[in-house]
Design a protein around this ligand. Structure first.
Ligand SMILES: [Zn+2]
Ligand SMILES: [Zn+2]
Length: 242
């Protein structure tokens, strides 16, 4: 047994720790869609996909609902994850630390923390939501921070504590914007105006740093391909007064 009571929603990958609700608190799926975390570990694996020599995407395999890609960074001295897969895989190279972009996809971080003693960090403004129930955060991040070569930038918006991370020339954005037809769109599951304002902050960060790659929740893109549609998205927000 990995834990006494922990369930994973097959629709979205959300982990419910120590309780068994009728509906998933994240996506609303009924409890017949839940499996135990133990069963999740036996049915799913976590697979790493190379991005660069130092960075890999982490995903449950087979795909687990709406789960977003987490990323593993080898900083040279430490393994640090940005966000966390929904599946606990004991054989995954355990990180020293898990840094969250926001509170939506905390995955099975509590199990990795218990198993490997890794430290977890999230922006303070995202640490108190109901979806954080059962998760322990060792560090409540304040801006600006640099952790083992990874810079954090609090941009707010999609969630109040939304934080993007920069390692060398790679920026980790999770689900702040998604690919949409030929363009980009802001995450619609959050306050529209604040998300647009956070987008402007994001643009400032991008302008001030040398960035080559964008790692999103289901894509990796060269900045040169990503930036033109992002500029267009921001221009559209300004036009509509957002
Ligand atoms: Zn769900
Ligand atoms: Zn989100």
């Amino acid at each position: 047994m990995l834990s006494n009571e922990q369930y994973v929603c097959l629709t979205c990958g959300y982990n419910m720790i120590g309780y068994y609700p009728d509906f998933c608190p994240f996506c609303g799926a009924p409890k017949k869609r839940f499996i135990t975390a133990d069963e999740c570990s036996s049915r799913f694996d976590v697979v790493a996909t190379r991005v660069t020599d130092e960075v890999a995407g982490l995903n449950s395999v087979p795909p687990l609902g709406l789960e977003h890609s987490a990323y593993r960074i080898n900083t040279g001295g430490k393994i640090i994850w940005i966000d966390c897969p929904a599946t606990f895989a004991a054989k995954a190279v355990a990180p020293a630390q898990i840094l969250f972009t926001h509170h939506h996809f905390l995955g099975a971080a509590n199990l990795y923390r218990d198993h490997a003693g890794c430290r977890t960090g999230i922006n303070r403004a995202d640490s108190g939501f109901e979806l954080c129930r059962g998760f322990t955060f060792d560090e409540l991040l304040e801006n600006p921070r640099k952790i083992d070569g990874i810079e954090s930038f609090h941009i707010d918006g999609h969630t109040p504590g939304f934080t993007v991370y920069l390692f060398k020339n790679i920026l980790f954005l999770c689900d702040y914007v998604s690919l949409y037809n030929d363009g980009l769109k802001f995450n619609p599951f959050g306050p529209v105006e604040e998300t647009g304002t956070g987008g402007l902050r994001l643009y400032e960060i991008i302008k001030e740093h040398e960035i080559g790659l964008i790692c999103g929740f289901n894509y990796v893109s060269a900045l040169e391909n990503w930036l033109p549609p992002f500029r267009k998205l921001l221009a559209g927000c300004k036009r509509t007064g957002r």
